[in-house]
Design a protein around this ligand. Structure first.
Ligand SMILES: [Zn+2]
Length: 166
């Protein structure tokens, strides 16, 4: 049985297409298999709600090098199926954990329950320059697609960043 690829109509609307910058780039998202597996598992366990968390590592030469991931509570309870908001206390706790180390927070991951691993206009509104924004698509409770994104130089759209398991 194949996993259905959910793509609600809004994902092909002009509003959604405009948040993606299709121009090629040489950036890369390097993630250990264990971290990737952890994100997928969190997404499945949180289904049908969106889960979110922080990426820890460092950035060099347009490469995001992930070392650790930390799940943080999604405090958006009203629309938890299609919105996320990181718990600020959770963010602070992770920030404190790695303060003084060579690692820092370099991105935010979240899940899209029954939706593709593509960013939404809402995701664009809350995105920061320099951060990586991977999204895991969870279809029928099972992790399917995983893609990573980051703001382009104009900060007006997301670029798809090549994911490499390391
Ligand atoms: Zn999203």
């Amino acid at each position: 049985m194949t996993t259905p690829a959910y793509e609600p109509e809004r994902f092909t609307s002009p509003e959604y297409l405009s948040v993606i910058d299709e121009r090629p780039n040489c950036k890369q998202f390097n993630i250990p298999a264990s971290c990737l597996q952890a994100i997928k598992q969190q997404g499945e366990e949180g289904f049908p709600h969106e889960i979110c968390g922080l990426l820890i590592g460092n950035i060099s030469n347009d490469n995001w090098n992930i070392s650790e991931v930390r799940q943080v509570s999604n405090i958006n309870s009203e629309r938890a199926s299609d919105r996320f908001q990181l718990d600020p206390a959770g963010y602070q706790a992770v920030d404190k954990e790695f303060r003084g180390s060579k690692l820092e927070i370099i991105g935010v991951y979240h899940s899209h329950p029954d939706c593709p691993a593509k960013p939404s206009p809402t995701d664009l509104e809350s995105a920061w320059d320099g951060f990586a924004y991977p999204i895991v698509s969870i279809c029928d409770g099972k992790a399917s697609d995983f893609r990573s994104w980051a703001l382009n130089d104009q900060s007006n759209a997301f670029q798809n960043i090549k994911v490499k398991e390391v």
